[in-house]
Design a protein around this ligand. Structure first.
Ligand code: KG4
Ligand code: ZN
Length: 393
């Protein structure tokens, strides 16, 4: 099945053509227009500007994707056929100014081309992002392929547990079977990626801050500053049907980073590479560097994410653990979670997306949309609506 995916829920306009079968999902063509350079000036996404940029880009991107001159020869056998069988669009959650652009484009195409339409939840897209491949080599099930273990296709075994961490979301989701979701953990305030971005701003690092902090953290000491681990020992209440049992709070961590910089003015100058007189620290211990600050802060976030995921895995006993969303690009988070699951619970089926599919992208929307199309869960172009607060269920 060929699915045309459309994603415009935040600051990326993305369109992709994905070929799917029960053997896997191959990206035939994908084009993304990132708005990061525009929003950078404001230190975050400006909804009004985002909406206008999506509207400008979406139709040219659809045209480019469908007319891409030589679609990758697909191992699934249908490559080269450019008329999609179904259109999948992100209908929520996200910024309403962006969502409406994608939904309006998708329903217009569905009507004009007489192609069925599916509405995809953005978070469900991140869940299925771990199944995407863009190379026929990876789908060939060749056990000699060293990437095969890391980027398996169609290898989600249910029940599964997904930790989706991005700029807008931090959620733990129990997936009993494909398409059946229960949110069992949520952040009470900022999302993990948002916390990375806000602390990066305090350090005058450019937006988005997550990749900047994680890059600097590689050379720092994660024990240099003892940042708090909010709610790490929270008592888990499984009795409530309505409230997610697992919680995070990242705004306190952001505030403690702010207070640390305020209370350690000299250290903060040092950390920002402001040159202090030679021998300045001769009479006192050398303060942490910018790299140490980043490593310590990153470690605090990783510790709380991993602790809660482990507790949830212990309780729900999933066959697969999925890590998705923009923050899943964080190499240390991946390796810490992988090791912890293996060492504590002997869970070895741990999946995360190829780097290109960590951030928002239309290929993951097409992939999630395929499963809906197979089950004939179509949306009507006359009534489909963008829902900025759509809860996955
Ligand atoms: O999924 P995504 O592209 O958009 C949302 O749905 O929010 O995620 C973007 C977020 C940003 O907050 C960015 O700082 C964060 O993912 N991010 C990272 C890394 N790469 C991206 N955070 C930590 N470490 C990284 N390597
Ligand atoms: Zn996202």
């Amino acid at each position: 099945m060929l699915t045309l995916g459309i994603e415009s829920s935040c600051d990326d306009t993305s369109v992709a053509l994905v070929e799917s079968s029960d053997r896997g999902h191959v990206v035939i063509s994908e084009k993304t227009a990132s708005q990061i350079d525009i929003h950078k000036k404001y230190g975050g996404v400006v909804p009004e500007i985002a909406g206008r940029m999506h509207a400008e880009k979406i139709v040219p991107l659809v045209e480019e994707v469908l007319n891409s001159p030589s679609p990758l020869e697909s191992p699934l056998g249908q490559g080269g056929k450019n008329r999609p069988d179904v259109i999948a669009v992100t209908a929520g959650p996200g910024l309403i100014t962006g969502l409406v652009v994608g939904v309006e484009a998708a329903r217009t195409l569905s009507y004009a081309w007489n192609i069925p339409l599916v509405a995809v939840n953005h978070i469900e897209g991140h869940v299925h992002s771990v199944e995407i491949t863009n190379s026929k080599f990876q789908i060939s099930n060749n056990p000699q392929n060293s990437n095969h273990q890391k980027y398996p296709t169609s290898n989600i075994q249910y029940p599964a547990l997904a930790l989706i961490v991005s700029g807008g979301h931090t959620e733990l989701i129990y997936i009993k079977k494909q398409g059946s979701y229960k949110v069992i953990g949520k952040t009470k305030d900022d999302a993990a990626g948002e916390c990375f971005d806000k602390v990066a701003k305090l350090l005058d690092l450019p937006y988005p801050g997550g990749p900047q902090i994680s890059q600097l953290a590689l050379k720092g000491n994660p024990q240099a500053i003892n940042f708090p681990r909010p709610m790490i020992n929270e008592k888990i209440d499984f009795s409530s049907e309505n409230e997610p049992a697992f919680g995070w709070s990242f705004s306190g961590l952001k505030t403690s980073a702010l207070y640390w910089l305020r209370d350690h003015k000299l250290a903060a100058m040092h950390l920002n590479h402001i040159r202090l007189p030679a021998g300045f620290f001769a009479q006192m211990p050398e303060p942490p560097t910018l790299e140490d600050f980043c490593a310590s802060f990153e470690q605090a976030i990783i510790d709380v994410l991993v602790a809660k995921t482990l507790k949830a895995a212990e309780e729900y006993k999933p066959k697969t653990v999925i890590l998705g969303g923009g923050v899943s690009a964080n190499v240390k988070l991946r390796s810490t979670l992988e090791t912890a699951l293996n060492a504590n619970l002997k869970i070895s089926n741990f999946l995360f997306p190829m780097n290109t599919y960590c951030m928002d992208n239309a290929a993951m929307i097409a992939t999630a949309g395929y499963y809906k199309a197979v089950k004939k869960e179509f949306a009507d172009w006359r009534t489909i609506k963008a829902d900025p607060n759509w809860e996955i269920e």
